[in-house]
Design a protein around this ligand. Structure first.
Ligand code: HEC
Ligand code: HEC
Length: 301
């Protein structure tokens, strides 16, 4: 009875194939949707979990109340925003770990609301506190670049002049233009990624570095980056079977990227392409890298 033998073998083989296929697809999906992060994007999540904004507010225009005990009783005072003073990575790490540096402890203890010692009290470990510092420093750059200079005119550069910019000039102008036209609003401070985006493939908007970025820009191809900026989408979704699949996610996502073709001059797009490539080369920035980034801008101002 050859046909029975055949089907006895064929069924398990078919089941095996289907099972292998499902495992393969699941694995592929897991790998492809595995979330990426950076110190700044992790720090943003941790700072929310830590409740920093309860005492410090969410910007320099969001004041918070406090009281200080003096000889004449409790006097009202405020709490400085995290971003009022220029901080080093080290000083933020000290504050968050110990609640206050030793040199300021006595005066701090006269306050009604005091800074928690997140490290000493075991709420966060050293790596988490470093990420919080990266976030705080990245947001702090707004203080001397964004808020103060956001209305400053961009120089009317030609493509050749953009290509000839020195590193410091590229970073100063690229960062400023990114702020003026809203790139960081969606791509995270300094393009460090992970602003939530419901119903998108990964659930968040990637930054300008890491594997997500390379996948979406054909390995960081400048023509592909330009296409994204001009049209708000990559060329991958414009053709083929995978293009159709990607298009579904693309159309479903809550926050689509706007196209800037009619907003920006061609040389401004050149500047952004060069700046985004520069950020990609830096990779996910640690707190100390962000300090160096701030210095690079500061030297130009
Ligand atoms: C319970 C209130 C409270 C919370 C929560 C809090 N802080 Fe503070 N923090 C303070 C107070 C009070 C000071 C002292 C400075 C002042 O009063 O202006 C301070 C000081 C600081 C300073 C030094 C300020 C400066 O410019 O000299 C930094 C940096 C800082 N906090 C970061 C953070 C971060 C990051 C978080 C979250 C992880 C956080 N703080 C959470 C109350 C708080
Ligand atoms: C309103 C939100 C929004 C703004 C503003 C925005 N983008 Fe995007 N951007 C997106 C989304 C969403 C994607 C697609 C991510 C995806 O498909 O998973 C994207 C993708 C990209 C990509 C592809 C690679 C990657 O990892 O990000 C580049 C490059 C890019 N944007 C550059 C820019 C630049 C430069 C600006 C400022 C001129 C900008 N974007 C402004 C939302 C935005």
């Amino acid at each position: 009875m050859p046909s029975l033998v055949k089907s006895r073998v064929a069924l398990p083989v078919a089941v095996g194939f289907v099972a292998a296929f499902i495992v393969g697809i699941t694995w592929f999906y897991r790998v492809e949707t595995k979330p990426e992060s950076s110190p700044v994007s992790r720090g943003a999540v941790l700072a929310t979990a830590a409740g920093c904004a309860a005492c410090h507010g969410s910007s320099i225009d969001d004041p918070r109340a406090n009281f200080r005990l003096s000889d004449s009783g409790w006097q009202p005072t405020g709490i400085a925003p995290i971003w009022e003073e220029e901080h080093s990575a080290e000083s933020i790490i000290t504050w968050v770990t110990h609640g206050v540096p030793d040199s300021k402890r006595a005066r701090h203890q006269d306050l009604l609301m005091q800074m928690p010692a997140y490290g000493d009290d075991g709420h966060f470990n050293a790596a988490e506190i470093k990420d919080i510092a990266a976030w705080a420093l990245a947001v702090g750059i707004k203080g001397f670049q964004g808020y103060d200079n956001i209305d400053e005119d961009m120089p009317d550069l030609t493509a050749d002049e953009v290509a000839a910019l020195e590193e410091g000039e590229l970073v100063l102008l690229g960062d400023r233009l990114s702020r003026q036209v809203g790139c960081y609003q969606c791509h995270g401070e300094l393009g460090q990624g992970r602003i939530d985006n419901p119903a998108s493939f990964k659930g968040y908007i990637p930054g300008f570095q890491g594997d997500d970025f390379l996948k979406l820009t054909a390995g960081g191809d400048p023509a592909e980056i330009r296409h994204w900026i001009e049209h708000g989408r990559g060329r991958a979704i414009e053709s083929g079977l995978l293009g159709g699949l990607a298009q579904n996610y693309f159309d479903a996502q809550a926050i689509p990227m706007p196209g800037y073709a009619e907003i920006l001059r061609p040389a401004e797009i050149d500047l952004l392409v060069a700046y985004v490539q520069w950020l990609q080369r830096q990779g996910p920035m640690e707190a100390t890298d962000i300090e160096a980034f701030a210095d690079l801008i500061d030297e130009q101002l």
